[in-house]
Design a binder for this molecule. Structure first.
Ligand code: ADP
Ligand code: MG
Length: 238
């Protein structure tokens, strides 16, 4: 069974149709990237899957069940943003534990879970540091940990590395891929960076102006671009 399925999903803001009948599938344990220029609708597609932007038409299925009518908090879908969205005046530990608070777990269980996830994102040494004192890359590791600790069915990452410099960015691309494989978690990763998409993905959906231009493996997109748009967009990679 297909893990996540969007069937002819459309999103409209006023008169303007921002996503036009998009159909997409993601298999369990897969890392799929949405790649396209700024303004093509990548964030809207993620927000639609997460339940933050309503569909004007279409179906979203997770594990075979329709979820388009469910509110965001009932979808068990996590999200990581470019801007981290962490609490700057809390410690790393407190930020990561925050998502568990509403689950009424004991202090010991919370501590055990946080320590385990800190190890996974290699931030154990920073446990008691204030988030405001961390570097961008470290903040994004904490944001990742905070999303993962509640064990979402699906993790959506919206240009998580776009604010980081090239070296840290490459490092975190590899880290995200390692963590994704280690946990076997399903991810949708958004970027406007061709090279990043090539490096990190199992499959890539190329978007342009609210529509899908092509879906393929990184090799497929690179060696057999289906349209002139894809060829030119990927061509910038060289
Ligand atoms: P991307 O993430 O690929 O840069 P977005 O999904 O953010 O693109 O935006 C796609 C288009 O939809 C843009 O033209 C943007 O201005 C428009 N848009 C996004 N959100 C809204 C909104 N809430 N209201 C009106 N227009 C929006
Ligand atoms: Mg965006």
């Amino acid at each position: 069974m297909t893990y996540l399925e969007v069937i002819e999903g459309s999103v409209q803001f006023g008169e303007r149709q921002v996503l036009k009948n998009i159909s997409l599938t993601v298999e369990q344990g897969e890392l799929v990237t949405l790649l396209g220029p700024s303004g093509c609708g990548k964030s809207t597609l993620l927000r639609m899957i997460a339940g933050l932007d309503p569909l004007s038409h279409g179906v979203v299925k997770l594990e075979g069940k329709e979820i388009q009518h469910l509110p965001s908090r009932k979808r068990q879908i996590g999200m990581v943003f470019q801007s981290y969205a962490l609490f700057p005046t809390m410690t790393v530990f407190e930020n990561i534990a925050f998502g568990l608070r509403i689950q009424k777990l004991s202090k010991e269980v919370i501590e055990e879970k946080v320590l385990k996830i800190l190890e996974l994102v290699e931030m154990t040494l920073f446990k008691d540091q204030l988030v405001s004192r961390l570097s961008g890359g470290q903040k994004q590791r904490v944001a990742l940990a905070r999303s993962l600790i509640v064990e979402p069915k699906l993790l959506l990452l919206d240009e998580p590395l776009s604010a980081l410099d090239a070296r840290i960015r490459k490092q975190l691309q590899l880290e995200i891929r390692r963590i994704q494989k280690e946990l076997g978690i399903t991810m949708i990763f958004v970027t406007h960076d061709q090279e990043e998409a090539m490096r990190i993905s199992d499959r890539i959906y190329v978007l342009t102006e609210g529509e899908l231009a092509q879906v393929s493996t990184p090799e497929g997109i690179y060696t057999q671009p289906k349209t002139q748009f894809v060829a030119e967009f990927i061509g910038d990679y060289n």
